[in-house]
Design a protein around this ligand. Structure first.
Ligand code: ADP
Length: 263
């Protein structure tokens, strides 16, 4: 009958749609795994150029130095492109794509910080980590997504802090401030700060501060938008305090337990 035909068609379309969704997920996973895996060897190449540039392996001629510098900068650009790829990929992820597990947050921070030691050194910015006096509980999180948040915040702090400045990352218990047990991460810097008139737009997609575009021409304005998305999918919160010209402090919390992830 007609009704039966309709029913069959509907079933067929549902199946086809499911199939497309699976393909989409596979594609997304492919992009993210590939991008992640490309980053490690690229960082190693960048590090190698850095060592050569510093002259640790002996003096170089001016020509050699220029070539190595080109290599260094190209690698840096490639890493930025890969980060953008990862960012776009994360923007599309919904919570069902998250892999939640108990995560040692101080250790995760430590590993992200390590990626910046190089940059901090060459930019003459002091990069410090303050760990809590007592070992905090693990948080319930997707470690890859969470490391992206930490990376975005440190990357911003480094980008928007001039030479001679300081970037400090600390992690502590935020239980005092809320009923739910959670850990709080603070990334603070001594950089350009955020203009009061732009406070409300900082987490908007593609927004870049007027003072920020002056000191750093490339940037997508996606980092904080994605960071907020990721933190909120963990059931946490993200906010900042800043005085223009006197630095910024970005805070975020991640719950220890899974019970406030309602869906
Ligand atoms: P991007 O850094 O690519 O511009 P983000 O989304 O990471 O994009 O940040 C959005 C804007 O927020 C930046 O353009 C800048 O104006 C401001 N911002 C973020 N972090 C800092 C910081 N640590 N100090 C000053 N401004 C910041």
């Amino acid at each position: 009958t007609y009704a039966k035909q309709l029913f069959d068609k509907d079933f067929e379309l549902t199946l086809a749609n499911k199939h497309l969704q699976n393909l989409e997920q596979a594609k997304s996973k492919f992009v993210s795994v590939t991008a992640h895996q490309l980053r490690t060897p690229l960082s190693a190449i960048k590090w190698t150029f850095h060592i050569l540039l510093k002259g640790d392996l002996g003096p170089t001629t001016k020509d050699q130095h220029n070539f190595i510098e080109n290599g260094y900068e190209s690698t840096q650009r490639m890493i930025a492109i890969i980060n953008d790829l990862l960012n776009v990929d994360y923007m599309e992820a919904d919570r069902s794509d998250y892999n939640f597990l108990p995560v040692d947050l101080p250790a995760l921070i430590e590993s992200v910080l390590f990626e910046f030691t190089n940059q901090a050194e060459s930019k003459a910015v002091k990069l410090k980590c303050i760990k809590p006096p007592i070992i905090p509980p693990k948080v319930f999180a997707d470690p890859i997504k969470l490391s992206m948040v930490i990376e975005n915040l440190i990357d911003n702090a480094m980008k928007y802090t001039p030479q001679g400045g300081q970037v400090t990352v600390s992690v502590g218990d935020a239980r005092m401030n809320s009923a739910e047990s959670s850990l709080e991460v603070i990334v603070s810097d001594t950089g350009i700060g955020i203009p009061p008139a732009e406070r409300d737009k900082i987490f908007h997609r593609f927004f870049r501060g007027s003072n920020a575009t002056r000191v750093q021409t490339d940037g997508t304005g996606l980092g904080l938008f994605i960071s907020r998305d990721i933190v909120e999918k963990h059931g946490g919160a993200i906010w900042f305090e800043s005085k223009q010209g006197q630095g910024a402090q970005f805070h975020f919390t991640i719950p220890v337990n899974r019970n406030n992830l309602s869906n």
